[in-house]
Design a protein around this ligand. Structure first.
Ligand SMILES: [Zn+2]
Length: 305
């Protein structure tokens, strides 16, 4: 008989990767998502796509209204921070932290696991890349696991140990993506953005978009947002170069900043980084610049005329 596991599925990159890992370990995956009053329903659509594509045995969506309490940019009208530097992102607990969210989610997962007779719970928490979230730390997970084994009838009666699996906890975002790609995860099914457009396109400039795009860039992939595609497109470095090099001379790039605007700032940022890391001197001829774009050029230290 296949072992059953309950997996917390958000529709983001981490939980999709965790899903693929659980499947690889031979678990039948019972996926659990939450309509918790988050800013947008887009991530639940992504969770459904991931559950279907990766082959969940069952997918449940629990409705719990964390907007009742608010206290987070994700569950109230507090603005989501945008355009923060990696330095800023890596300090402190961000306003996108949702009070006690993982404790609540894991408690629901535990309740379902007990009903299913499943002793394995998967959660895609990560304590490495800029995560200031207290409920993503190994100490928290260890405590929850201990509590789960004290709190449930089935643990007591069967004498079997409940395990909280956190396969991503010590990985960087780039390592997570690398592992997911190796397992064949299609990341265009997922969305990580804290503040997507009404059509479900990622903003490209919230903390989550920035960290995600950086992780892709470190795997040689840049994320291209396109007006003509519903989901973000994952584009390899070489494709990106072809997109950006409008002149044959490799060292000289003509960028129409109208393009950049719709492509997204984080994307452009990564493109420049990739070019710079490859030691290509970039001469940018900027047309249609806007004040924001000028600021961005300053930030990445590129000369322009
Ligand atoms: Zn975003």
């Amino acid at each position: 008989m296949t072992k059953k596991a309950v997996l917390l599925l958000s529709g983001g990159l981490d939980s999709a990767t965790t899903f693929a890992i659980a499947k690889q370990q031979g678990f039948s995956v019972h996926a659990l998502s939450f309509a918790y009053g988050q800013r947008h329903g887009i991530e639940l659509q992504a969770a459904k796509r991931v559950a279907e594509t990766l082959g969940a045995t069952e997918h449940k969506i629990a409705e719990i209204d964390l907007r009742l309490f608010g206290g987070s940019a994700l569950t109230s009208d507090i603005a989501v921070p945008k355009n923060r530097s990696l330095e800023n992102i890596s300090h402190g607990i961000p306003i996108t932290y949702v009070p006690a969210r993982n404790t609540i989610f894991l408690s629901f997962a535990l309740a379902w696991a007990e009903v299913l007779g499943a002793y394995d719970i998967f959660i895609g928490v990560n304590a490495v890349d800029y995560s200031g979230y207290p409920d993503c730390r190994p100490e928290f997970i260890a405590s929850f696991e201990k509590m789960a084994n004290l709190a449930t009838a089935y643990a007591l009666e069967e004498g079997k140990q409940i395990k909280i699996h956190t396969p991503l906890i010590n990985l960087t975002k780039a390592e997570i993506i690398k592992q997911g790609l190796a397992l064949g995860v299609d990341y265009s099914l997922t969305i990580s953005c804290y503040d997507p457009t009404l059509e479900g396109k990622p903003c490209g400039i919230c903390d989550s978009c920035i960290i995600r795009n950086k992780g892709f860039a470190e795997n040689g992939i840049v994320v291209l947002k396109s007006e003509t595609h519903e989901n973000e497109q994952l584009v390899s470095r070489s494709q990106a170069k072809r997109i950006l090099v409008r002149f044959n001379k490799f060292s000289e790039v003509l960028l129409d900043f109208k393009d950049i605007e719709f492509i997204g700032q984080a994307f452009a940022d990564e493109i420049f980084r990739v070019f710079r890391n490859n030691n290509h001197k970039i001469k940018i001829t900027a047309i249609n610049t806007t004040p924001d774009i000028n600021k961005m050029i300053e930030y990445v230290g590129i000369e322009h005329e």
